[in-house]
Unconditional design. Structure first.
Length: 86
Protein backbone atom coordinates (compact mmCIF):
# COMPACT_ATOMS: atom_id res chain seq x y z
CA UNK A 1 0.00 0.00 0.00
CA UNK A 2 1.35 3.40 -0.97
CA UNK A 3 1.71 6.03 1.73
CA UNK A 4 1.08 9.67 0.90
CA UNK A 5 2.93 12.52 2.64
CA UNK A 6 -0.37 14.39 2.93
CA UNK A 7 -3.89 13.35 3.92
CA UNK A 8 -6.32 12.69 1.10
CA UNK A 9 -9.79 14.18 1.25
CA UNK A 10 -12.65 11.69 1.10
CA UNK A 11 -14.46 11.52 -2.24
CA UNK A 12 -17.46 13.82 -2.61
CA UNK A 13 -20.63 12.16 -3.87
CA UNK A 14 -23.72 14.31 -4.15
CA UNK A 15 -27.23 13.21 -5.06
CA UNK A 16 -29.94 15.71 -5.90
CA UNK A 17 -32.51 13.26 -4.60
CA UNK A 18 -32.90 9.61 -3.70
CA UNK A 19 -36.19 7.82 -4.36
CA UNK A 20 -36.85 4.44 -2.76
CA UNK A 21 -39.83 2.53 -4.10
CA UNK A 22 -39.41 -0.56 -1.94
CA UNK A 23 -37.02 -2.03 0.58
CA UNK A 24 -36.61 -5.80 0.73
CA UNK A 25 -35.52 -7.92 3.67
CA UNK A 26 -32.01 -7.28 4.98
CA UNK A 27 -31.77 -3.91 3.23
CA UNK A 28 -30.96 -0.48 4.49
CA UNK A 29 -30.42 3.12 3.53
CA UNK A 30 -27.55 4.78 5.33
CA UNK A 31 -26.80 8.48 5.12
CA UNK A 32 -23.95 10.29 6.81
CA UNK A 33 -21.17 8.82 8.89
CA UNK A 34 -22.16 5.32 9.90
CA UNK A 35 -20.82 1.82 10.34
CA UNK A 36 -22.64 -1.49 10.08
CA UNK A 37 -20.53 -3.96 12.03
CA UNK A 38 -21.58 -7.62 12.15
CA UNK A 39 -24.93 -6.70 10.63
CA UNK A 40 -27.03 -9.80 10.21
CA UNK A 41 -30.63 -10.82 9.70
CA UNK A 42 -32.82 -13.86 9.58
CA UNK A 43 -36.38 -14.31 8.48
CA UNK A 44 -39.01 -16.65 7.17
CA UNK A 45 -42.01 -16.39 4.92
CA UNK A 46 -44.82 -18.75 3.91
CA UNK A 47 -46.96 -18.21 0.88
CA UNK A 48 -49.94 -20.41 0.10
CA UNK A 49 -50.91 -18.61 -3.08
CA UNK A 50 -47.59 -17.28 -4.33
CA UNK A 51 -47.53 -13.90 -6.04
CA UNK A 52 -50.00 -12.29 -8.39
CA UNK A 53 -48.42 -9.49 -10.37
CA UNK A 54 -49.45 -7.34 -13.28
CA UNK A 55 -52.58 -5.51 -14.29
CA UNK A 56 -56.20 -6.68 -14.31
CA UNK A 57 -55.57 -9.95 -12.45
CA UNK A 58 -58.45 -11.98 -11.09
CA UNK A 59 -58.09 -14.92 -8.70
CA UNK A 60 -61.33 -16.83 -8.14
CA UNK A 61 -62.42 -19.83 -6.06
CA UNK A 62 -58.99 -20.83 -4.80
CA UNK A 63 -58.34 -22.83 -1.66
CA UNK A 64 -54.89 -22.41 -0.17
CA UNK A 65 -53.34 -24.28 2.73
CA UNK A 66 -49.98 -23.75 4.37
CA UNK A 67 -49.00 -26.64 6.62
CA UNK A 68 -46.05 -25.55 8.74
CA UNK A 69 -45.87 -27.81 11.74
CA UNK A 70 -42.27 -27.23 12.77
CA UNK A 71 -41.83 -25.36 16.03
CA UNK A 72 -38.50 -23.77 15.13
CA UNK A 73 -37.73 -23.13 11.45
CA UNK A 74 -34.01 -22.52 11.81
CA UNK A 75 -32.38 -22.62 15.22
CA UNK A 76 -30.31 -19.46 15.47
CA UNK A 77 -28.27 -17.96 18.25
CA UNK A 78 -27.15 -14.39 17.72
CA UNK A 79 -23.65 -14.43 16.32
CA UNK A 80 -23.72 -18.03 15.06
CA UNK A 81 -23.95 -17.15 11.40
CA UNK A 82 -21.84 -14.11 10.67
CA UNK A 83 -20.11 -14.49 7.32
CA UNK A 84 -16.44 -13.67 7.47
CA UNK A 85 -16.12 -14.05 11.23
CA UNK A 86 -13.06 -16.03 12.34
Amino acid sequence: MQKFPYQLDPPLIQFDSIHVNAIADASGIFIGTNTQVYWSTSGKGNSGLGEVRGDNNCVLNNINTVYDNDIIDAPYTKGDLIIGRV
